[in-house]
Design a protein. Sequence first.
Length: 287
Amino acid sequence: MAAGLYLVATPIGTARDITLRALDILASADVIAAEDTRSLRRLLEIHGVPLGGRSVLAYHDHSGAGTRARLIEHMAAGRSVAYASEAGTPLIADPGFDLVRDVAQAGFTVTSAPGPSAVVTALSLAGLPTDAFFFAGFLPNARGARQARLSALREVPGSLVFYESPKRIAATLEDAAGALGGDRQAALCRELTKRFEEIRRDTLSNLARSVAEQPPKGEIVLIVDRAHSRTVSESDLASDLRDALQRMSVKDAADLVSRAHDLPRRKIYQMALQLDRETGDDQGDDT
Ligand code: SAM
């Protein structure tokens, strides 16, 4: 393998979710670095990848520039360095950002053996729109800061993704219901790819109740739908429809305005018909 940094994604639960390429890289890299050296050794054992005299170097959140410099020295000496975080994809709520930046700046190749990540796994299971999403990672621990962060995310035009712990999920759901609206749809995705995988799909308020009654265990991703229920006054709707009706058919005007306000098309179509009739009548009176 050529000199450079090879980011290796590892399973978030089921060990067999590792990719064949990840195993190839771990088998043949000159140097292996890991956030958690014990769990990486265990993964290598499970898949029968021999270390063959290689040591596994620790690189985690507290590793400083010195450790990065040592890894870069290996690359300068022509060695390939594989890096894995404890679980899932490195850099995704995990260490590796400084390492990638420094290795790229030093002029070495950075490549990736992509694989599992809890954010993508949860998005694919939540049953909420995935056309756009915002990965918000872990919320702050302090309640005030958490509420402020949630409020700042209120208008994000996409699904929100949070990493959570079972200890804090009750407080987060309560704060999210307060800051984002209790009627927003959400999905609590727990223990993904593991034996007790569970998805609870409901509104934020109902999920808060469900978590109080039945506290979840294990690792959690919370997905929250974007805001839909911006209240629009009837007169604003009528004004938008009148404007649209000057340029297009009743059907197209209803489509446009219902999409713009994310409201049911049927109701807007009835309004558009009524307005179109009234306009027709007015014009009739003038002649
Ligand atoms: N790098 C990882 C990734 O790509 O998803 C994330 C690491 S972050 C330190 C750990 C958090 O990810 C957990 O607290 C949880 O929110 C989420 N997570 C990881 N594995 C999970 C799983 N199997 N089920 C649900 N959430 C998981």
